[in-house]
Design a protein around this ligand. Structure first.
Ligand code: SDX
Length: 429
């Protein structure tokens, strides 16, 4: 690959493809004319070497364990900012001034209620329905309520829909939790910050006042920051693909929620805690590490490994610190799960297999322990991931709509099925 082009030779023909460089990170080869000029497609089923778009929102350096949101390191945002400030940054591209932040907080706070009719949706579900199934259904139904913000060609309507999604996800997530446990819904309160409002909607009951613990709400807010956005991960790519057809933003976010649910993606936080519970004690760790290394065993260490991070996930480090803060604040001394998790991490990080395959703990490894300590059942863990990731999805969706190069996403294939053949009547089969 030269400075500005790459030569591709196929079928005795060589063509020159232009290359592009970003601000930081790998260059790309623009293969847009490849099929027209060679009759061949590229083949990359997991998109391990494929850039789907240009983006200014998030940059990840997997080898160095670096995560930047609009250029700011996740460590600094998690330390100094709050979740709504990160939402503003992801949506608008710059950190807000004091007045911009106050205005943004006010606008989000005053969109937190959902249409009263929406509460009727929940009654159609069984109480033991997985909350992620409820989220897929209820969030998709939002488009039936907000016809005034589904014209995706109108930047104002796009921003209204964006704010509505960020504001209403905590309310819907809390309603899914309350319905799951058979308690009445709790309305948002406008004098609480985003994370405190969410914790109160989840854990308050009509019989007594709910006092927010500032240490726990700060931890919840930081957990939201850590999950806000992550480049072109599977669920974000799902939202972009759904949006490329012109689908309304609420339907696109519902598609992202569905994709995030998978245990290889956002569902890993629930799977990781279930795995730690199944391991149960430090003595049983070697048995599970051996299963994870056994090619014939589908078992994987949930919360380990990553498509991009081949070093420690910087979010996992911050999450581990938050875990200790929350357990300390709650006076949970020797949590058996944490003991297993830390010993499992120590063993895995010194094991030749994990070193060779560059498998490190990812954000989902410690989040489950923290969320369980905060009082959430494991079935709510991916709901919390979806709540936080909504801002990333919606920021990436806006960027896709505004990108002049974006067209409907329509990949091709390598066909390996039957060649053309004639129909046989059943008497001749
Ligand atoms: C998230 O993309 C994102 O940014 C996602 C995310 C986000 O913020 O949006 O970061 C959130 O999804 C984090 C990942 C959560 N998932 C898990 O923790 C589930 C466990 N991890 C694996 O399923 C896996 O590591 C993936 C899915 C995360 C990554 O899969 P890849 O990149 O396709 O890697 P792979 O499956 O091809 O694995 C490479 C090798 C394989 O061995 P070989 O076939 O080369 O011999 O590593 C092995 C795998 O068997 N391997 C593991 C392992 N993960 C990979 N072996 C044991 N345990 C594991 N966890």
């Amino acid at each position: 690959m030269t400075g500005t082009s790459a030569d591709v030779s196929i079928g005795g023909k060589t063509i020159e493809l232009p290359t592009r460089s970003g601000t930081i990170g790998p260059d790309v080869i623009d293969i847009g004319t490849l099929y027209k000029n060679t009759g061949a497609f590229t083949y990359d089923p997991g998109f391990t070497s494929t850039a789907s778009c240009e983006s200014k929102i998030t940059y990840i350096d997997g080898d160095e364990g670096v995560l930047l949101h609009r250029g700011y390191p996740i460590e600094q945002l998690a330390e100094h900012g709050d979740f709504l400030e990160v939402c503003y940054l992801l949506l608008y591209g710059e950190l807000p001034t004091k007045s911009q932040k106050d205005d943004f907080d006010y606008r989000v706070t005053h969109h937190t209620m959902v249409h009263e009719q929406m509460s009727k949706f929940f009654t159609g579900f069984r109480r033991d329905a997985h909350p992620m199934a409820v989220m897929c259904g209820v969030v998709g139904a939002l488009s039936a309520f907000y016809h005034d913000s589904t014209d995706i060609t109108d930047p104002h309507q796009r921003m209204v829909a964006s704010l509505r999604m960020i504001a209403k996800m905590p309310t819907i997530a809390a309603m899914a939790y309350k319905y799951h446990i058979g308690q009445p819904f709790v309305y948002p309160k406008n004098d609480l910050d985003y994370a405190s409002n969410f914790l109160r909607m989840c854990f308050a009951v009509p019989c007594e006042d709910y006092v927010v613990n500032p240490v726990l709400s700060r931890a919840m807010d930081r957990i939201f920051i850590l999950h806000a956005d992550h480049e072109q991960n599977a669920s974000t790519s799902t939202v972009r693909l759904a949006g490329s057809s012109g689908a309304n933003p609420f339907a696109c976010i519902a598609a992202g929620i569905a994709c995030l649910w998978g245990p290889a993606h956002g569902g890993a936080n629930e799977a990781a805690l279930n795995m730690l519970a199944e391991i149960g004690s430090v003595e049983r760790i070697p048995e599970y590490v051996a299963k994870a290394k056994d090619k014939n065993d589908p078992f994987r260490l949930m919360g380990f490994g990553h498509r991009v991070y081949k070093n420690y996930d910087p979010r996992a480090r911050i999450m581990q610190k938050t875990t200790h803060e929350v357990l300390g604040e709650l006076g949970i001394k020797d949590d058996p799960m944490l003991e297993v998790a830390m010993e499992l991490e120590r063993i895995a990080l010194t094991d030749e297999y994990f070193i060779e395959k560059k498998l490190y703990p990812n954000i989902d490894f410690y989040s489950g322990i923290t969320l369980k300590a905060l009082g959430f059942p494991t079935t709510m863990f991916t709901v919390l991931f979806a709540l936080a990731r909504t801002v990333g999805w919606i920021a990436q969706w806006n960027e896709m709509i505004e990108d002049p190069e974006q067209r409907i996403g329509r990949p091709r294939q390598l066909y390996i099925g039957a060649p053309k053949r004639d129909y046989l009547p059943v008497s001749k089969r």
